[in-house]
Design a protein around this ligand. Structure first.
Ligand code: DUC
Ligand code: ZN
Ligand code: ZN
Length: 471
């Protein structure tokens, strides 16, 4: 075996969730082989002077090529979605293998592997979505899949084709407890939403901005509290995903202060978008559909509360919830080729490439520390989803997933410059400070000076997950 290093990154200013140090990084066979000074020449050399070396991002919540109902289609598959992830400094993604009601969970996983293989350029794991917890799923399929490396799954308290009853939620949480898995909860009250929606639609209030009124903060607050209650009864940790603002945060903080293991995630849309963005005036007001996601963006006061909670340790992870629907597309936001009432607009915003720069800008503005940035975007998701220490840090033995950041580069976000296959970004025109200029995955340089180097589709590897580490 050759002892030559395949890659040496010199003069790196390394930042992990807990440490900061200067060194050279030596890479062999895709892994970090040595951290030190004056390393021998490698087959490839990179000078990182003036840049920050951070662990590649782990996006613990994104949707790629997920089968959709009713003629909808996601614009990103595993190729375009992971290409965009890499260009935004994210080297690992964890999208969802979704069970259909009446369908098998194992079949969903097999189908999802087929979608990823030969296409992904970043490494990937899968969460499961449990939509139909039949006795067979609870007793056999789910425990077997957990043993096989699918140790996290999402459950929904809303959406007719996905939602579980309270009783079903308790059953699923119990399986997680017995098998050491982590349940992610979409917390919104389904009946409140359908009641409000019927009223709004009955009054002819159907434009995109009414999406926000159909899912007010109270709807999220109630479901968050109920999910916390279930977790307490079953005595199992849960993670509340895509928390949108202060009311849900209050519930989570309350639970955490009582010693319950209630973890939480938030996303860029709750830092950068508001309800007003769903009322955009272009295209007869329909352009607001570009920002329709659930839970919906709230107001500046809620944005400030989310920033504070990020800095204050309420959240464990910061994910994109990338849900890539085109705007001008009969399979996207203009379903069937025309403007839709708000309750028929596919939910979600794209953001897999902009996730890290948008949060990094908060570092540049003094809202959170660099260590917190790494913790929220790489270290904690790697630990929670059973990928640490292979992912989530820069250490000897870890995969050489390294993003070199220019902390001072100012970039105006435009969709033209992004690498997803979606025809818009909700962050068009926002200027951020700090950009991931070079990106390595298992030692392979995939982005150089901001330019994507066209690595082979399919180079991304599936990562079976180990047990969740909650701290
Ligand atoms: N809400 C979800 O629950 N998932 C995808 C996107 C969205 O807006
Ligand atoms: Zn959700
Ligand atoms: Zn989602």
């Amino acid at each position: 075996m050759s002892t030559e290093l395949d890659l040496v990154i010199r003069n790196a200013d390394v930042v992990t969730a807990s440490d900061r140090f200067s060194c050279d990084i030596g890479v062999r066979d895709g892994r970090i082989a040595v951290l030190g000074h004056g390393l021998p020449r490698g087959a490839r050399e990179m000078d990182a002077s003036g840049l920050l070396a951070l662990p590649g991002g782990v996006d613990g919540h994104c949707h790629l090529d997920q089968p959709m109902p009713d003629g909808m289609r996601m614009a990103d598959d595993f190729f375009t979605g992971t290409r965009a992830a890499i260009c935004g400094g994210t080297t690992t993604v964890i999208p969802f293998a979704a069970q259909e009601k009446g369908g098998s969970l194992k079949a969903a996983v097999a189908d999802y592997h087929r979608r990823a293989e030969g296409r992904a350029v970043a490494d990937y794991g899968f969460h499961l979505i449990v939509a139909d917890p039949t006795p067979d799923v609870l007793k056999h399929e789910l425990p077997e899949l957990i043993r096989q490396g699918y140790t996290s799954f999402k459950v929904y308290m809303t959406y007719d084709d996905l939602k579980l009853s309270d009783r079903e939620m308790l059953d699923v949480l119990d399986v997680a407890k017995q098998n050491n898995a982590l349940v992610m909860v979409h917390a919104e009250n389904a009946d409140c939403i359908s009641w409000l929606t019927e009223k709004l639609v009955g009054e002819g209030r159907i434009s995109p901005r009414f999406h926000g009124l159909s899912r007010p903060a109270a709807v999220e607050r109630e479901a968050t509290h109920r999910a916390i209650t279930f977790a307490e009864l079953v005595d199992v940790p849960i993670l509340i995903v895509h928390v949108s603002g202060k009311e849900a945060i209050e519930q989570i903080r309350w639970a955490q202060s009582r010693g319950l293991q209630i973890l939480a995630e938030t996303c860029p849309q709750y830092l950068y978008l508001t309800a007003e963005d769903m009322g955009l005036q272009g295209d007869d007001g329909y352009e607001g559909a570009k920002c329709v996601c659930s839970p919906p963006p709230r107001d500046p006061e809620n944005q400030a509360a989310v920033w504070r909670a990020l800095a204050g340790g309420v959240f464990s992870v910061f994910s994109s919830d990338h849900a890539p629907f085109n705007y001008d597309d009969p399979e996207g936001k203009k379903l069937g080729g025309q403007a839709q009432p708000f309750d028929h607009i596919p939910n979600g915003v794209p953001g897999i490439e902009t996730r890290l720069p948008l949060l990094f800008d908060g570092v540049a503005r003094g809202k959170l520390s660099l260590h917190q940035f790494v913790e929220l975007t790489s270290y904690r998701p790697a630990r929670l989803y059973g990928l640490y220490p292979r992912k989530g840090t820069i250490a000897v033995g870890a995969d050489a997933d390294i993003t070199l950041w220019d902390p001072e580069r100012r970039v105006r976000i435009t969709n033209d410059a992004l690498h997803h296959a979606v025809d818009y970004t909700p962050y068009e025109g926002i200027e951020v400070t700090g950009w991931p200029v070079h990106c390595f995955s298992r030692g392979e340089m995939l982005v150089e000076n901001g330019k994507y180097r066209e690595p082979a589709p399919g180079r991304g590897q599936f990562l079976p997950a180990g047990a969740p580490s909650l701290v």
